[in-house]
Ligand binder design. Structure first.
Ligand SMILES: [Zn+2]
Length: 485
């Protein structure tokens, strides 16, 4: 009788165990976060001291697998002694660094938590494409997309990954990428913060035991992510790509899981998404170690909404503007593009109008309904400001309320391209006089940097500066940077 009672207590808890594990990982994350990695543009040099320290850490093995085209080392870090081999690799695309940050958080976790390693041995290759990371670009030093080189192996980085997989004959593989922040979960306004794929291994998209296991792991991870980013999970296209690593590694018998880190509201440096990677990857590893993933309902994989690409940074609907004597009502889609410095370490945002017309099938991270608001072209403050110090003293809110979206500065250093203020700067040296007898351009047009005002009863409600929104009715400044024109 006593024994039975004990069983009743235990059974419900078994069902929740995966839940409890991920909750603990989420709650205690800050204890393990690798604080030296702060933003997406870290380089090979930044992770070498961390790898060197792991080499000295009990239980960790570090092996240099080879070098990139430009001679940067590519290392594999292994831990555990179980029979099941798990291989994870990140950043084969140099500008996709979110998961690399998470891997270093996971190392910190594994230094202190060895129980997860029962039955498994884990191998990590962080930053497979260090030359691409140096320039924060997708491809490697000779312009090859490593993820189209799984068969021909024309790049040393590809050879390294293939050799690692083959030498381990890994049971499970995690292929860690980033995707555009403009991906959304199909027919919803929710960004696809994380997208998953169990890549197929043939054009027929067959499901064998290898792929089925990958699908089950994804079901486990998907359930977890839904708690921390509800609705923000997508399923990546499963069209067969015969040259890609995911598809081939699945074919070679390693249950392969693709994880794509997308966008999340107000998470420019993807630190929350990094945390979601940490939680879900560790939970997945745990489920492999215990075998609990076997119980996941595989049909739930198909229930994950497909990826779509229908997001803008800012969507403005029902915008009416005058042009050539008539007025037109349209929707506007605005995106921000990152403009980097020469060292690829920092960037500023350049707003751009990327679509005009009926955008009812699209969504925005931020949305404005301009119905009942009046369009007004932003003007340049008539007085030329003498220097940057004087500029900083300006009352920007007041200038916006008066309809000014830019100011001129007399002696601005040429190298300044942007300012962290809610206004743009017009460099008087760059002003050209428009030619006569030409048809004027519409006040909004494709590719333009969006700067205008939306007014109600002659009062400015929203100032759109470099595609960002300053909400004057609420005094909310959402402008990350203005630009110098
Ligand atoms: Zn990628």
């Amino acid at each position: 009788m006593k024994k039975l009672f004990f069983l009743f207590l235990i059974i419900p808890f078994l069902g929740f165990s995966q839940n409890t594990i991920s909750q603990n990982l989420f709650t205690n994350y800050d204890n393990y976060k690798e604080t030296s990695l702060k933003n997406r543009r870290f380089k090979h040099n930044d992770i070498q001291p961390l790898i060197a320290k792991l080499k000295e850490t009990k239980g960790f093995e570090v092996n240099e697998l080879g070098k990139s085209i430009e001679g940067r080392s590519i290392s594999m870090i292994s831990i555990g002694s179980g029979k099941t081999n798990i291989l994870l690799w990140s950043q084969m695309h140099g500008d996709e660094s979110t998961a690399t940050m998470a891997l270093f958080d996971i190392f910190n976790y594994l230094k202190q938590n060895k129980e997860i390693l029962k039955n498994i041995k884990i191998h990590f290759i962080p930053m497979l494409n260090p030359d691409g990371a140096e320039k924060f670009t997708r491809r490697n030093a000779i312009g090859i997309d490593i993820n189209r080189d799984a068969v021909q192996l024309q790049s040393p980085e590809s050879k390294i990954l293939k050799a690692a997989r083959d030498s381990l004959n890994a049971d499970f593989g995690f292929n860690l990428h980033d995707q555009s922040k403009y991906y959304n979960a199909n027919r919803t306004d929710k960004p696809a913060t994380i997208s998953y794929l169990a890549p197929t291994y043939n054009y027929e998209k067959s499901i064998n035991k290898t792929r089925a296991n990958a699908m089950k792991i994804i079901v486990v991870m998907h359930t977890i992510i839904q708690q921390y980013a509800p609705g923000q999970v997508g399923r990546y296209s499963d069209d067969f790509e015969p040259r890609a690593f995911g598809d081939n590694i699945q074919k070679w018998g390693t249950s392969t899981i693709l994880i794509e880190s997308g966008g999340y509201q107000n998470d420019v440096e993807k630190q929350y998404i990094r945390k979601l990677n940490y939680v879900s990857i560790l939970a997945a590893i745990h489920s492999i170690g215990t075998g609990s993933f076997e119980n996941a309902a595989i049909n739930k994989y198909e229930e994950i909404p497909k990826n779509d690409r229908k997001l803008f940074d800012l969507k403005i609907t029902n915008l009416t503007f005058p042009y050539l004597g008539k007025s037109y009502t349209i929707d506007l889609g605005i995106k921000h593009f990152e403009k980097e410095n020469k060292k690829h370490t920092v960037f500023y945002n350049m707003g751009s109008i990327v679509d005009i017309g009926d955008l009812s099938t699209y969504y925005g991270y931020k949305n404005i309904d301009a119905n009942n608001l009046k369009f007004k072209i932003g003007e340049t403050y008539p007085k030329i400001i003498s220097d940057f110090e004087t500029f900083k003293q300006l009352d920007f809110k007041k200038l916006l309320e008066q309809g000014y979206t830019s100011v001129s500065i007399d002696s601005l250093p040429k190298e300044i391209k942007f300012i962290e203020y809610p206004i743009n700067i017009i460099d008087v040296r760059n002003i050209s006089i428009p030619k006569n007898n030409t048809i004027p351009k519409p006040p909004v047009s494709l590719g333009n940097n969006p700067n205008f005002l939306l007014t109600k009863n002659d009062k400015v409600v929203y100032a759109i500066i470099n595609g960002f929104v300053y909400d004057l009715s609420k005094n909310e400044n959402g402008v990350i940077n203005g630009i110098v024109k």
